[in-house]
Ligand binder design. Structure first.
Ligand SMILES: [Zn+2]
Length: 113
């Protein structure tokens, strides 16, 4: 998927993922969980439509996503794991917003570590 292409639909809610900044797939790419060559093959979804990951984004301006039940509910997870995930996922989210806003190449997206 090239940066300029639009029209990818969220597999969760069916709505269009209009901005890379809203893309859960690109967030996972920034986090190093999805490879660049997989981006056009994997299902797209909004960041907010994947609560098990979105719940770890803790930053001003992002309305918190709360998972209240099930194995991925933050309240039931190890506090150290939660703290580390919040650090990791929030950093990736901010990176995605920054790069999206600047219109940089996706090849510059992934975090170093
Ligand atoms: Zn969605």
């Amino acid at each position: 998927m090239a940066v300029c292409e639009q029209g990818y639909l969220c597999v969760v809610c069916g709505g269009e993922v209009e901005e890379i900044a809203d893309s859960g797939l690109y967030l996972r790419y920034v986090l190093g969980e999805v490879k660049a060559e997989q981006l056009d093959r994997m299902p797209e979804h909004h960041i907010r439509c994947e609560p098990s990951l979105a719940q770890f984004i803790v930053v001003e301006g992002f309305e918190p996503v709360v998972v209240t039940e099930g194995p991925f509910a933050k309240a039931g997870l190890d506090p150290d794991f939660v703290a580390e995930e919040e650090r990791r996922v929030t950093r990736g989210f901010l990176r995605l917003q920054e790069l999206s806003a600047k219109g940089l190449s996706i090849w510059e997206y992934p975090l170093e570590d």
